[in-house]
Design a binder for this molecule. Structure first.
Ligand code: DOR
Ligand code: ZN
Length: 344
């Protein structure tokens, strides 16, 4: 196949930050996606509807003229989130969900939840308002091996949340293991998952291929090959529980290439192209549209997009860095060739 036209996709998990980073990354997302779920882990975190609405305005300012892009806002769940903020969020058309970060699990997660059981009354309020809960599914116990933290979270915390809140809609964000895939598959229709391009493309060897590779470092960390294969099988299965969420997480190159580099892969520059490569390799390009353009919208009960994008098989070289607004961001597959590109 040389050309593929699909309904315009959405990105159901995206970090765009603020200021210069936002200005650099927003055009990349807006040229391919109609909408994106915007993660709230700013510093300070987006915890109120008022903050989400002002962040939304800042994002819209960064969308290039002529492109239609709708940011779908989320609020950061903290120990001090109030029931009244949850009902306010449920009534706000621009806020779609709450995000749960276990405290300390990842970038800017220190305001997260340290005792998930103590937050159960908040989960009950989300369930009552039919507000989806987006979960970063990793335990934060330092004693737990970093490669096991998702699986342990599934076995302990997630299973318990699911049992206690049978009506709560949950997205298990950026699943990285066969166990998380299995959990989502066997749960009811109200539990879904996003899958990133890096977890579909790489196994953990890519972290240490000929030297340390900071641009492949994200959280949850990439896992063994059999997990990658389970993710590819889930993404390309056509199952409506699995949908596109890049977790594109830009950091300045200087903070990635450091003695203690930040977690996050930047993929918005070529998101759909990266997924297309994975789906083609799995001989499943016919499943890309469901994964990228239908399943997420259906889960969030939003209309599917009406316009289309066309991917053409014309190889191009990803730049070594995007250097604008006096900063530099190194993208996934920097200086490497990609097979597909979006026809402009
Ligand atoms: O690698 C990651 N980067 N994982 C996350 O959960 C957060 C993200 C970020 O915000 O940089
Ligand atoms: Zn994320």
């Amino acid at each position: 196949m040389k050309k593929l036209t699909i309904t315009r996709p959405d990105d159901w998990h995206l970090h765009v930050r603020t200021g210069a980073i936002l200005k650099t990354v927003m055009p990349h997302t807006a040229r391919q996606f109609a909408r994106a779920i915007i993660m709230p882990n700013l510093k300070p975190p987006v915890t109120t509807v008022a903050q989400a609405l002002s962040y939304r305005e800042e994002i819209l300012q960064a969308v290039p003229v002529g492109l239609n892009f709708t940011p779908l806002m989320t609020l950061y769940l903290t120990g001090s989130t109030s029931a009244s903020e949850i009902s306010k969020a449920a009534e706000c058309e621009h806020v779609q969900a709450f995000k749960l970060y276990p405290a300390g699990a990842t970038t800017h997660s220190d305001a997260g939840i340290s005792d998930i059981k103590a937050a159960y009354p908040l989960l009950a309020a989300l369930e009552k308002h039919d507000m989806p809960l987006l979960i970063h599914g990793e335990v934060t116990d330092e004693a737990c091996d970093i490669f096991d933290r998702e699986q342990v979270f599934v076995d302990t915390t997630l299973t318990d949340i699911s049992r206690n809140f049978p009506e709560l809609r949950i997205v298990v964000e950026h699943v990285t293991t066969a166990e998380a895939v299995q959990f989502v598959q066997s749960a009811g229709a109200r539990i879904a998952a996003t899958i990133t391009p890096q977890h579909l493309m790489f196994n953990r060897n890519a972290l240490l291929a000929g030297g340390i590779r900071p641009h492949h470092y994200c959280l949850p960390i990439i896992k063994r090959e059999h997990h990658r294969q389970a993710l590819v099988a889930a993404a390309t299965s056509g199952h409506p529980k699995f949908f596109l969420g890049t977790d594109s997480a830009p950091h300045p190159t200087s903070l990635k290439e450091a003695a203690c580099g930040c977690a996050g892969c930047y993929s918005a520059h070529a998101a759909l192209e990266l997924y297309a490569e994975v789906f083609e390799r799995a001989d499943a390009l016919d499943k890309l549209e469901g994964f990228a353009s239908f399943h997420g919208a259906d889960f969030y009960r939003l209309p599917r997009n009406l316009d289309a994008v066309t991917l053409v098989k014309t190889p191009w070289k990803v730049p070594g860095a995007y250097s604008e607004h006096s900063l530099s961001i190194t993208p996934l597959k920097a200086n490497e060739e990609l097979a597909w590109q979006i026809q402009q």
